[in-house]
Design a protein around this ligand. Structure first.
Ligand code: PBG
Ligand code: ZN
Length: 341
């Protein structure tokens, strides 16, 4: 029997042998052609931990490959981002001195403010995002001002967050990213920026930030572990996803330009839900320090092949709905992506 003998209607009907999705996986080029999710260096945001001084580099033990850097070294490392295709960096500051009010957070010559000014000179095209929170600046390590009982004061903290955002914006930040989960933070910062003629500065809200055990290495990096208690009176309970949508809705209403979900890996369902509920806003996922540490530890033990593992995990965050990703793997991943084209 030749193919011409077959009944054309029979041929049109789907036979079991016709159902072969593997046809599109046969060669690397075919796989590239039909891939639904792409990962590119310009989806990645590189974090920097800025410390006082000059020529100072302090490795962070629980984050191999990531160092605290003085402003001059941040400038050096930032120069390498452009050629790698990375378009944005997020800055965290570790001040000289800490106090109950986190005063250095909004000091004109604070480490982050200095870094922004220097980077705007040396890497003018790099998008500068700044973390707006108090935990790196307070001696008690909490994300805001405290009442005597230790409870985090909400509206009093908003005033300080507004001051931090203004000082970052005046130094030249493109995007301010309030990370403390304080009610009303986006609205307060938006009003303060507009009032200062800083309407052009965008707000990336850490709208959905869980009270996670995976921030441990960051707290070493930023020297911002709470001296007592925890952050569960303001960060989200890991069991809650509907509440995440409520948080996101409030931030959208208050004027957030983009939203962020954090951590990423255990919360990809939340990334997906926020993406679906607010498709008009750019969405970021924060691949946090503990997630980085887990992959690094396994890779260093020879238990995981780092390069494919990292690219797979970052792609999964994109697939879930993240437009961009804050990740300590940024420069490695960008290099691997460049090598693979
Ligand atoms: C500050 C802040 C934290 C992180 C980002 N901004 C720490 C925290 O909330 O305890 C965590 C980032 C990471 O773990 O990589 N509020
Ligand atoms: Zn904080």
């Amino acid at each position: 029997m030749t193919q011409f003998d077959t009944d054309p209607l029979e041929a049109l009907r789907l036979r079991p042998g016709a159902r072969r999705p593997r046809r599109l996986r046969r060669t690397p080029a075919l796989r590239d052609l039909v891939r639904e999710t792409t990962l590119s260096p310009d989806d990645l945001v590189q974090p920097f931990f800025v410390i006082p001084g000059s020529g100072v580099r302090k490795p962070i033990a629980s984050m191999p490959g990531i160092d605290q850097l003085s402003v001059d070294l941040v400038v050096d490392e930032a120069r390498a981002l452009g050629p790698l295709g990375i378009k944005a960096a997020i800055l965290f500051g570790i001040p000289e001195t800490k106090d109950a009010f986190g005063l250095e957070s909004h000091a004109e010559d604070g480490v982050v403010q200095q870094a922004i000014r220097a980077l705007k000179e040396t890497s003018p095209d790099l998008v500068l995002v700044t973390d707006v929170c108090l935990c790196e600046y307070t001696d008690h390590g909490h994300c805001g001002l405290l009442e005597d009982s230790g409870y985090l004061l909400n509206d009093e903290t908003l005033e300080v967050l507004a001051r931090i955002a203004i000082s970052h914006a005046q130094a030249g930040a493109d995007v301010v990213a309030p990370s403390g989960m304080i009610d009303g933070m986006v609205g307060a910062i938006r009003a303060a920026l507009d009032n200062e003629g800083l309407e052009h500065v965008a707000i990336l809200s850490y709208a959905v930030k869980y009270a996670s055990a995976l921030y441990g290495p960051f707290r070493e990096a930023a020297e911002g572990a709470p001296a007592f208690g925890d952050r569960r009176t303001h960060q989200l309970d890991p069991g809650n996803a509907r509440e995440a949508l409520r948080e996101a809705a409030l931030d959208v209403e208050e004027g957030a330009d983009a939203l962020l979900v954090k951590p990423a890996l255990g919360y990809l369902d939340v990334v997906r839900r926020v993406h679906e509920r607010f498709p008009e806003l750019p969405l970021a996922a924060y691949n946090v320090s503990g997630e980085y540490a887990m992959v690094k530890a396994a890779a260093m033990s020879g238990w995981l092949d780092e390069r494919p593992a990292v690219l797979e995990l970052l792609s999964a965050m994109r697939r879930a709905g993240a437009d961009f990703i804050v990740t300590y793997h940024a420069t490695d991943a960008a290099r691997w992506l460049q090598e693979s084209v």
